[in-house]
Write a protein that binds this ligand. Structure first.
Ligand code: CU
Length: 205
């Protein structure tokens, strides 16, 4: 569309990748097993808002008892060993939104449950709050109304899966993924990874 060419302003650089440092805690974590890094890329190449934006966040699990609370928290070292790795990708385009998880170094051959939750992780497994729901309704606890990322690890403790929805994850309303001991809609929380879903421009002024 010719009319969109002029829409490109100072906030719509074609491609931006920034390293996000969440203050002093993140600096202390650099290089430790609890380190996490995030790369945010925004591609406004089409000139149409909401297309081709993505977020990728990596982390390594560490115990909740670590001196500096890690971004990727293990609540159960038998299932989620320290040093286990996780990457979350969140992509949004005209077709909707896709969340992909990749893990390495978790317990081999285990069927994990995983969902996108509302709040950031904490020392307390309950800190992540409830599942993010597209339509807020306690009766709609299912993979159509929520982002479920259940996976079963291979013999090396790795796995990859993704979930696609035609709706999106607005900034600020979904802030973690929680790993559960069992697959399905609930169960004991064995790990958590803080991810600012929908925030494709964090750190970009
Ligand atoms: Cu959950």
């Amino acid at each position: 569309m010719a009319g969109t060419a002029g829409a490109k302003g100072p906030h719509q650089a074609r491609k931006r990748v920034v390293r996000v440092v969440g203050g002093a805690a993140a600096l202390l974590l650099a290089g430790s097993v609890g380190s996490a890094s995030a790369a945010y890329a925004e591609d406004g190449g089409t000139g149409r808002g909401g297309e081709g934006r993505g977020l990728t966040v990596d982390g390594r699990f560490a115990p909740a008892s670590a001196f500096v609370p890690p971004r990727a928290v293990s609540y159960d070292p038998a299932l989620v060993p320290a040093g286990g790795w996780i990457r979350i990708e969140h992509k949004t385009d005209g077709e909707g939104t896709t969340v992909t998880v990749r893990v390495k170094g978790l317990k081999p051959g285990h069927a994990f449950g995983m969902h996108v939750h509302e709040k950031a992780c904490g020392v307390d497994p309950k800190a992540a709050g409830l599942h993010y729901q597209h339509v807020k309704d306690p009766k709609l606890v299912d993979p159509d109304n929520e982002v479920w990322l259940d996976f079963t690890t291979d013999a090396a403790g790795g796995a990859e899966t993704s979930a696609h929805h035609t709706w999106g994850l607005p900034q600020g309303v979904a802030n973690s993924v929680v790993l559960h001991r069992e697959q399905g809609g609930a169960g004991e929380r064995v790990g958590c990874f803080t991810v600012p879903f929908g925030d494709f421009t964090t750190g970009v002024k």
